[in-house]
Design a protein around this ligand. Sequence first.
Ligand SMILES: *[C@@H]1O[C@H](CO)[C@@H](O)[C@H](O)[C@H]1NC(C)=O
Ligand SMILES: *[C@@H]1O[C@H](CO)[C@@H](O)[C@H](O)[C@H]1NC(C)=O
Ligand SMILES: *[C@@H]1O[C@H](CO)[C@@H](O)[C@H](O)[C@H]1NC(C)=O
Ligand SMILES: *[C@@H]1O[C@H](CO)[C@@H](O)[C@H](O)[C@H]1NC(C)=O
Ligand SMILES: *[C@@H]1O[C@H](CO)[C@@H](O)[C@H](O)[C@H]1NC(C)=O
Ligand SMILES: *[C@@H]1O[C@H](CO)[C@@H](O)[C@H](O)[C@H]1NC(C)=O
Ligand SMILES: *[C@@H]1O[C@H](CO)[C@@H](O)[C@H](O)[C@H]1NC(C)=O
Ligand SMILES: *[C@@H]1O[C@H](CO)[C@@H](O)[C@H](O)[C@H]1NC(C)=O
Ligand SMILES: *[C@@H]1O[C@H](CO)[C@@H](O)[C@H](O)[C@H]1NC(C)=O
Ligand SMILES: *[C@@H]1O[C@H](CO)[C@@H](O)[C@H](O)[C@H]1NC(C)=O
Length: 490
Amino acid sequence: MDWQFKVTFLALVALFTSYAFAVSPLVVKGADFVNSVDGTRFQIIGVAYQPGGSSGFDPGSGIDPLSNSSVCLRDAVLMQRLGVNAIRVYNLDPDLDHSECASIFNAAGIYMILDVNSPLPNQSLNRGAPWESYNSDYLQRVFQVVEGFMHFNNTLGFFSGNEVINEDSVPQVPAYIRAVTRDIKDYIAAQGPRDIPVGYSAADVRPLLMGTFNYMSCGLANETSSSSKIDFFGLNSYSWCGDATFQSSGYDVLVDDFSNTTIPIFFSEYGCNNVSPRKFSEVPVLYSKQMTPVFSGGLIYEYSEEPNNYGLVNLNDNGTVSIFEDYDNLRKQYDSLDVALLEKANATATSLTAPNCAGSLLSGTNFTKSFDIPARPDGVDKLIKNGISGKYPTGTSSISDTKPSQIVYAANGQQITGLELNVLANDQSNLPGNNTSGSTPASPSGTASTTTSSSSAPTKTNAATNLKVDDARFGSLIFGVVAAGLLMQW
Ligand SMILES: *[C@@H]1O[C@H](CO)[C@@H](O)[C@H](O)[C@H]1NC(C)=O
Ligand SMILES: *[C@@H]1O[C@H](CO)[C@@H](O)[C@H](O)[C@H]1NC(C)=O
Ligand SMILES: *[C@@H]1O[C@H](CO)[C@@H](O)[C@H](O)[C@H]1NC(C)=O
Ligand SMILES: *[C@@H]1O[C@H](CO)[C@@H](O)[C@H](O)[C@H]1NC(C)=O
Ligand SMILES: *[C@@H]1O[C@H](CO)[C@@H](O)[C@H](O)[C@H]1NC(C)=O
Ligand SMILES: *[C@@H]1O[C@H](CO)[C@@H](O)[C@H](O)[C@H]1NC(C)=O
Ligand SMILES: *[C@@H]1O[C@H](CO)[C@@H](O)[C@H](O)[C@H]1NC(C)=O
Ligand SMILES: *[C@@H]1O[C@H](CO)[C@@H](O)[C@H](O)[C@H]1NC(C)=O
Ligand SMILES: *[C@@H]1O[C@H](CO)[C@@H](O)[C@H](O)[C@H]1NC(C)=O
Ligand SMILES: *[C@@H]1O[C@H](CO)[C@@H](O)[C@H](O)[C@H]1NC(C)=O
């Protein structure tokens, strides 16, 4: 081989083996999320992911939920095994690099929905005086979060606000949320590589709920594509507890109330914990024909155990993970879902368009009737036009490690072996029952403990790991070699 050929050959091999595994970007069409490549409907089968809880958010520490790739790999593997296709992350430090974690979740077929705010001062709207917090410092931070995630194909969307409207909020708040939504959408339109949906996550305060939804989701005639209208609506709902039903939980009322929606709606948090362990009997109902015409799934609150006791797993201080019975129960519920039904495209739903904003849509006290959206603070137009300065990731990359280093204990205390990330082929996302790894020791029947105290001896067997050569990657490699062969002949 001559020198020039060798270089060409190596370059070709490099080109084809560094295949960028990626989920397809999602778009909003009418009332559905749609896969932009194959046109199937996407329903969120998700979990909230905020290890450390909101009190654990400490920008000085150099740590946030998507900053440590070793932790992300461990958790992505356990989420892939659980069957989820999306996470929601609340508090992010825009000064940290999230590309490794984003790439890991991407390879796992898991999308990310990101909140742009945090509980710290000047990092979210003040519901008592939104005009004070709506300033350029605040928007600078918001744009930093957007900039840090907008190049990842597995970024599903951003939340411009979470539960800002409640019994304590002043009437002007909804207009400010529309203003922040507009600013984010304008930023993405000016600086982003594609349209990324922006939505609002509402508290389940029924007297304010439909007013909020109607105010946020209507179209203003004088706004064009980059508008203050939200692209999707999340509802944080805990009304289904224990063995509730479609009726007793009030889910039937929600389906009726939202039946005219023209944008995707989902539970941005759900999973009441009044009865423990949780059996998640709401899951098969949420993903059944009773609800899928209106809802696009939801996110279980939450992945890790925090002081409020909603965890599916416990992140032990020594770096190990203990799986709770709740995780196994949820996994069983997910496994029973009819995935084909969930992915079915619905031409009626995807062609819906927003109603025009009008005072008659609104209801509830303490709620503005005005659709005057506050003007941008000084200097923000320039931020949008020029982009914010700083170093930001340009996209996901392929990942090298697939085996988590941490020990994971099953609900019965035994160690799970053979856990591994299954890197999905291009344009795929994770589904329940697919792409799981790890051999689970048999669980002694009848133990309903959410602790790991009943620990029996860890199994010493090194069960067959789920090592698979991915078809797509393998195909590319062959293609690379064949191409090189052709070149050689030439
Ligand atoms: C993102 O998705 C687009 C459209 O499917 C694709 O062309 C592009 O290569 C993807 N980017 C990465 C980094 O995977
Ligand atoms: C990431 O987490 C692992 C524990 O899984 C820990 O050992 C490591 O120090 C962390 N890395 C950083 C940079 O904090
Ligand atoms: C919040 O922002 C305002 C206006 O930009 C500024 O005067 C104030 O010092 C900031 N407060 C904190 C705690 O950063
Ligand atoms: C309206 O908001 C104020 C606080 O801004 C609160 O004191 C009052 O109770 C609210 N009224 C209703 C009916 O929610
Ligand atoms: C949905 O739209 C129909 C037809 O316009 C209307 O009669 C009905 O009241 C609406 N339902 C809700 C809950 O807004
Ligand atoms: C780690 O901590 C958990 C919970 O305290 C304990 O059950 C487990 O045995 C510990 N594992 C190791 C390897 O230290
Ligand atoms: C399709 O979408 C329309 C409009 O949202 C809805 O009324 C209908 O029930 C949906 N059909 C199915 C099968 O989900
Ligand atoms: C858009 O329309 C609303 C409601 O009719 C109005 O209050 C607002 O000033 C208009 N905005 C612009 C930029 O013209
Ligand atoms: C993935 O899940 C679907 C639906 O449950 C099933 O039909 C398919 O066989 C699974 N594929 C693999 C590789 O497990
Ligand atoms: C799961 O992984 C297998 C093997 O890598 C792949 O063939 C299959 O398409 C994947 N399924 C999904 C739904 O991602």
